[in-house]
Design a protein around this ligand. Sequence first.
Ligand SMILES: [Fe+2]
Ligand SMILES: [Fe+2]
Length: 134
Amino acid sequence: MLPRWNDTYLVGHSSMDSQHKEILDYAASLVSARTCEMQVLCAKGLYDLTLAHFVHEEALMRSIQYVGLDEHKEQHWRLLARLDEIQHEIAGHQLHINILDTEINEWLVTHIINFDADLSAQIGSLQYWGCDVD
Ligand SMILES: [Fe+2]
Ligand SMILES: [Fe+2]
């Protein structure tokens, strides 16, 4: 099954949600890519897109002095390390691309549900009380 967006992954924060959707769409392109060259390009694109998204979330966390910042950042680091590994495994023909669909789906969705949803809830709560948070 290709990584695919599902509205149950919405966390209620517009930029986080749109970036998550973009990442999942990109992950689907990676899994669908049929040549090694395309897979390498897609894996690099997925890494870059995910890195930019994590930088955005971490800026949000700092802006609200989020208490879970360190743990959340640690998860980001782990995901990026795995994406980096995937790039090298693809380039070295050491990875069968078909096993990636389940792995990518699992870690992205698990992270969104377990970590990003809480961050979004905290931001929403601060906005409810009139704080100026993006
Ligand atoms: Fe996220
Ligand atoms: Fe996150």
